[in-house]
Design a protein around this ligand. Structure first.
Ligand code: ATR
Length: 275
């Protein structure tokens, strides 16, 4: 094809389950957009198989990989170098082949920031309510704090987990933790970021509309069926909400840039995925 590199770059996402991952489609679209020929596969892997599968992939010419659930933490141990953001998040979602092994990155948080910017959600001086304190939150706190919110309030069902994370990132900005049932305190927040796995497990997430200002909006890190219950709560409570599909495409665009030096545009890919 005209304008394309002769040999496709070999990329893959590893995870379990990974068959329904949108990443192969997204990266193929990035390839078309940038004129870079891409061969991107989805490879099923148990955590204890990852080292062997990555080696085999590398021997077969693999030069870049994404790791998804449940491999992001274990992937850290397989890297010869890890960028600071990924080290602090204790998770890697992007690997790049280098002479001394795999170099690890975490583009999840920066992908969220790209999407918030695309949506015109400027967090500077705003109060942000983050609900959940699991692995997903560990990856987004530093990039969110770098957007200079007035404060982040981290609520979690198990408050100790929220406190641990808040302590870890306290040097980057104003962040406080509380039990979910206690809410964010006196001052209502401007943005709610839904980061729990309640949608995955089908359990009920109890939130209070009064924790948010009248003009507030919400962002769910989830998309598709897993987003439905939270979307319903937002609709019932007159709260505009965005799903996490844009974050997925954002983190992918940053991974693609790590591998190729080219940052693809997010919006056209998002439009096609939603069509
Ligand atoms: P992930 O990697 O997706 O963040 P995780 O590390 O298992 O997954 O974290 C799941 C998060 O969702 C946790 O913050 C969990 O709260 P606990 O720490 O108290 O377990 C939260 N969560 C899951 N279901 C929930 C529910 N029904 N209500 C409130 N929080 C819930």
């Amino acid at each position: 094809m005209r304008g394309r590199t002769a040999h496709p770059i070999k990329l893959a996402v590893f995870g379990q389950p990974v068959a329904h991952s949108l990443s192969p489609r997204i990266h193929r679209m990035f390839g078309e957009q940038t004129g870079i020929a891409v061969d991107y596969k989805a490879i099923e892997s148990e955590p204890d198989e990852l080292a062997a599968r990555l080696s085999a992939f590398r021997e077969d010419g693999g030069c870049g990989a994404n790791l998804t659930v449940p491999l992001k933490e274990i992937g850290l141990r397989l890297c010869s170098a890890i960028e600071p953001v990924a080290r602090r998040a204790r998770a890697v979602n992007t690997l790049k082949a280098a002479e001394d092994g795999w170099h690890g990155y975490n583009t999840d948080g920066a992908g969220l920031v790209l999407d918030l910017e695309r949506l015109g959600l400027d967090l500077a001086g705003k109060r942000v309510l983050v609900v959940g304190a699991g692995g997903a939150v560990a990856g987004i706190l530093e990039p969110l704090l770098d957007m200079n919110p007035e404060r982040i309030c981290l609520l979690n069902r198990t408050p100790e987990r929220a406190r641990r994370l808040a302590d870890k990132f306290a040097h980057r900005g104003h962040i406080e933790a509380a039990a979910l049932e206690d809410g964010p305190g006196e001052m209502p927040c401007d943005l709610l970021i839904q980061s729990t796995s309640a949608g995955h497990t089908g359990t009920t997430l109890t939130l209070d509309r009064q924790w948010l200002t009248d003009e507030a909006s919400a962002y769910d890190l989830n998309y598709g069926a897993v987003h439905a219950a939270f979307a319903g709560w937002c609709r019932d409570n007159d709260l505009p909400v965005h799903d996490g599909l844009g974050m997925l495409v954002g983190q992918a665009a940053l991974a693609f840039e790590t591998w190729t030096g080219r940052r693809p545009a997010i919006s056209p890919v998002l439009e096609k995925l939603r069509a």
